[in-house]
Write a protein that binds this ligand. Structure first.
Ligand code: TXA
Ligand code: MG
Length: 332
C-alpha cells in the first residue's frame, strides 16, 4: 500500500494506533520534528524502522510515552533527577536517558544498557500515544543522515512510496530535535542541545549540566558514527557575516539572517534573527534550497550566545565531513 497522509481526526488517530498494534509504521507529528513510529516492544516493527531509514541497527531510538507515569515501564532512574525533569518539562522537547528496565528489547536500545525516553507535547502525538497505550519508538522520519522532516510533506518527500500512514499535524513549532540529557551516571550531561536549554535544565535541577567530555553535543555513543547528521544533499559551508558581505553572488546559494544585498546574483533564503524562529524554519529552508540542486549552500554563521546553541550544533553538523552513506549528490 502506498503512503497515506491523513488529517488527525479521532477516526484516523484510531487507525494509526491500530496500525502500530499490527506492527506497521506511522508518520507521527511532534512539536520538534516528525517521527517514524513503531510499537517499541515489537522487534519486527522496530527492525523495519531501521530498514526504512537505512540506519545502523546499533544506533538507539527514543521511546515516546503518553505520560511520565509510564517512565518506570522502560527505565530505572538512578535518582530523583529524571522525575524532577519530567515533572517540570514533560510533555515537551526533552529526552531523558536512563538505565533501561528489564524486558526492554535490545532492538530499540541498540543493545545499550540505557534507554532514551520522551513525552512529546504535540496534541496529535499525545492522542496517538494515548490511543496506542504503550511505548512508541520513533526516530526522525528521514533517511539516515538527512534533514529531519518538519511537515507531513517532508515525510512524503522522504518515504512517499512506502507503506506508511502519516498523520498530518501541521508544521512542527520547534523544528529541531529534542534536547537529550544523560542521567545514567552521577554527572548530568547534555548529549544533544535543543529547545530546552542547558540553563533551563540547570535551573530546574539546581545543579550543573555538563557538556560531554569528548564528543560534541548530540553525538550518538556508538562506534562508527560521524559528526555529519542533519545534512542536506548539497555540501554546506558556514561563513561569517563579514565574509558573506564580501561575496558577489553570481551562482551562489545562501541561507542568511540578513537581507540579500540589492545586486545579489544568486539564490538567497532569509531566516529570522531570533533563535527560536530561526530553528522553526531551518530544515524547511534547507530543503527548499537543496531542491534547486545547488553546488553548495553557503550559510551565515549564527551568534555564539547560549540561545543559539542548538541551531549552531545542527549547522556545524550539516557542514561536517560526511560518512560514505551520506555523500553529497552530484548536481547533475
Ligand atoms: O525530537 C526528537 O527527539 C525526535 C522526535 C521524533 O521525537 N526524534 C529524534 O530521534 O530525533 P532520532 O532517532 O533521530 O535521534 C535520537 C537520538 C540519537 O542521537 C541517538 O543516538 C540518541 O537519541 N539516543 C537514543 N538512545 C540513546 C541512549 N540510550 N543513549 C544515548 N543516546 C541515545
Ligand atoms: Mg534523526
Amino acid at each position: 500500500m502506498p503512503m497515506e497522509v491523513l488529517a488527525p481526526t479521532p477516526h484516523n488517530v484510531a487507525r494509526a494506533a491500530e496500525r502500530l498494534r499490527a506492527g506497521g509504521l506511522v508518520g507521527m507529528p511532534t512539536e520538534t520534528v516528525y517521527g517514524l513510529a513503531a510499537a517499541a516492544r515489537n522487534e519486527a516493527a522496530v527492525a523495519s524502522v531501521f530498514d526504512l531509514k537505512g540506519r545502523p541497527h546499533d544506533h538507539p531510538l527514543i521511546v515516546h510515552l503518553a505520560s511520565a507515569a509510564q517512565l518506570l515501564d522502560w527505565g530505572v532512574p538512578l535518582d530523583e533527577r529524571a522525575g524532577v525533569l519530567a515533572d517540570a518539562l514533560w510533555p515537551g522537547p526533552l529526552t531523558l536517558v536512563v538505565p533501561r528496565a528489564k524486558g526492554v528489547p535490545d532492538s530499540v536500545t541498540g543493545g545499550q544498557p540505557t534507554i532514551a525516553l520522551r513525552v512529546p507535547s504535540h496534541p496529535v502525538a499525545l492522542d496517538l500515544l494515548k490511543a496506542f497505550g504503550g511505548g512508541v519508538a520513533a526516530p526522525s522520519a528521514n533517511r539516515f543522515g538527512r534533514l529531519s522532516p518538519t511537515s507531513a510533506d517532508h515525510v512524503a518527500a522522504e518515504f512517499g512510496s512506502e507503506d506508511l500512514l502519516v498523520l498530518d499535524g501541521g508544521v512542527c513549532t520547534i523544528g529541531l530535535e529534542s534536547t537529550i540529557v544523560d542521567l545514567t551516571g552521577p554527572a548530568t550531561r547534555l548529549l544533544r542541545p535543543g529547545a530546552v536549554s542547558r540553563e533551563e535544565l540547570e535551573a530546574v535541577l539546581g545543579r550543573c549540566v555538563e557538556l560531554p567530555p569528548t564528543a560534541r553535543p548530540g553525538m550518538p555513543r556508538v562506534p562508527g558514527s560521524h559528526a555529519s547528521h542533519y545534512a542536506p544533499g548539497a555540501p554546506t559551508e558556514l561563513v561569517t557575516s563579514d565574509d558573506l558581505n564580501k561575496m558577489k553572488g553570481a551562482g551562489l546559494t545562501v541561507l542568511a539572517r540578513q537581507e540579500a544585498p540589492p545586486s545579489w546574483g544568486g539564490a538567497w533564503q532569509r531566516l529570522p534573527d531570533d533563535a527560536a524562529a530561526y530553528a522553526a524554519g531551518l530544515y524547511a529552508a534547507l530543503r527548499r534550497l537543496d531542491a534547486t540542486h545547488p553546488a553548495a549552500i553557503i550559510i551565515e554563521r549564527v551568534p555564539e550566545r547560549p540561545e543559539w546553541l542548538a541551531v549552531r550544533d545542527r549547522l556545524e553538523r550539516a557542514s561536517a565531513p560526511r560518512p560514505m552513506a551520506a555523500q553529497p549528490r552530484r548536481s547533475a
